[in-house]
Design a binder for this molecule. Structure first.
Ligand code: ZN
Length: 289
């Protein structure tokens, strides 16, 4: 506790530079910055050079061992960092930045706190008390999805980090809720639920490539799209998958239909956004509701 108080006092004097600064609201290509657990930190890495001179190539940045998305914003390079829901806002965060010429440095930034509410849900008992077979299946799928969601295509640069709504319907603000299924605590909600009738088309939220499509125990029929540099979107509980692995998608291309497969209370689209292998609040990437 002593340490935390000291840290807050230190930060309040503004000596913790450079600190993540929110992107201008008008930036049409970046998500809304919100440096909280489950949010996105936009961290300035330095001034861009001119083409043909030192500094023209973007630096690379890692958050822990995970590469993060780096792009130009005006005259600066910025890292667009996904902050996991489990991140501790009391701890300063650090990026390892490597310049094109090989020099390495640390850039620190701070997080703010965000309290997420609790949500209690009733689902089929099979999806809470797992049988031995279902548990084994879940473990296999968790390992597979863990690899897929760490996918980082360094050469694919997303044209924009702003997304289109993947299906028409009311959006819940349930990202990050601490969930209790049939009275038992489970992992927090890593996406946005969009209510829509079964069979409603589900569209890719941006240009990309399908890197995974399959039927999973909790997620049901699922499609995962890679938009480049660790920026991924995931579409779950689909009634049908209308695309396949390896397919290149334009923004708004069909990926499937809304359904109720996997662990659900009824038909809806579960939509997740990943940056550097962390699920972050999709609302930061979508036009205002
Ligand atoms: Zn959901």
């Amino acid at each position: 506790m002593q340490r935390r108080l000291a840290l807050v006092a230190f930060a309040s004097f503004g000596t913790f530079a450079p600190v993540a600064r929110p992107a201008p609201a008008a930036d049409p290509l970046l998500p809304q910055a919100l440096a909280v657990p489950g949010g996105v930190a936009i961290v300035e890495l330095g001034v861009r050079g001119f083409r043909g001179v030192r500094g023209a190539a973007p630096p690379s940045a890692h958050f822990g061992a995970t590469p993060v998305l780096v792009r130009a914003r005006g005259k600066a390079w910025v890292a667009v960092v996904g902050i996991g829901l489990a991140a501790d806002p009391a701890q300063p965060q650090s990026l390892t930045v490597r310049e094109a010429d090989g020099r390495e440095r640390q850039v620190t930034f701070t997080l703010k706190r965000k309290q997420y509410a609790e949500q209690r849900l009733a689902v089929a008992p099979r999806h809470v008390e797992l049988s031995k077979e279902d548990l084994a299946r879940y473990e296999r799928e968790r390992a597979h999805l863990g690899v897929v969601l760490r996918h980082f295509s360094a050469t694919r640069e997303p044209a924009t980090l702003r997304l289109v709504l993947p299906t028409n319907g009311p959006r819940s603000s349930s990202f990050g809720l601490r969930r209790v299924f049939n009275g038992q605590p489970r992992s927090p909600h890593g996406g946005m639920d969009i209510a829509a009738e079964a069979g409603t088309p589900v569209l890719s939220a941006a240009a990309g490539e399908v890197i995974d499509a399959g039927d999973y125990f909790f997620n049901g029929n699922t499609v995962i799209v890679d938009h480049g540099q660790g920026f991924l979107t995931l579409y779950c509980h689909l009634a049908a998958i209308d695309t396949e692995r390896g397919k290149a998608l334009a923004p708004g291309a069909p990926v499937g239909k809304v359904g109720a497969t996997g662990r659900v209370t009824g038909p809806h689209l579960h939509f997740s956004v990943y940056l550097n292998a962390q699920s972050v609040d999709p609302a930061l990437f979508l036009p205002p509701a």
